[in-house]
Design a protein around this ligand. Sequence first.
Ligand code: SF4
Length: 135
Amino acid sequence: MIALSACLLGYNCRYDGKSKKNLALIKLLESEKILPICPEQLGGLKTPRARSNLVGGDGFDVLDGNAKVINTYGDDNTKAFIKGAYAALDMIRAHNIERCFLKDKSPSCGVGEKYLTGVTAALLIRKGYIVEEVS
Ligand code: SF4
């Protein structure tokens, strides 16, 4: 079973209320069982919501208390991002997940190839999961 950022599957869960549906990936994974996850929603953030950015470090630094997640209004969403990351981890653990495909350039899901590693991606990497970044 594979975990996938829900916006890649077509869920309108992004900060702007839209998705980033990836038809090629959905086709590639059509024979797989998929667990959609949206850590920002799992953390209690509304949709749509102001865009958030990592400040002072990456997701690993956020988990260690050395960086924050701040939205464009200056609100500190660090707790929500950490809560969402652990909620996603709980779901992944409960579903016997083998691999995770996560949306790139996200302060939650980004794996770090095109932007900083997000909070959820950092937690999953630390826990030993295979995470792959997808556009
Ligand atoms: S990138 Fe991750 S946190 Fe952002 S909308 Fe997609 S699934 Fe949710």
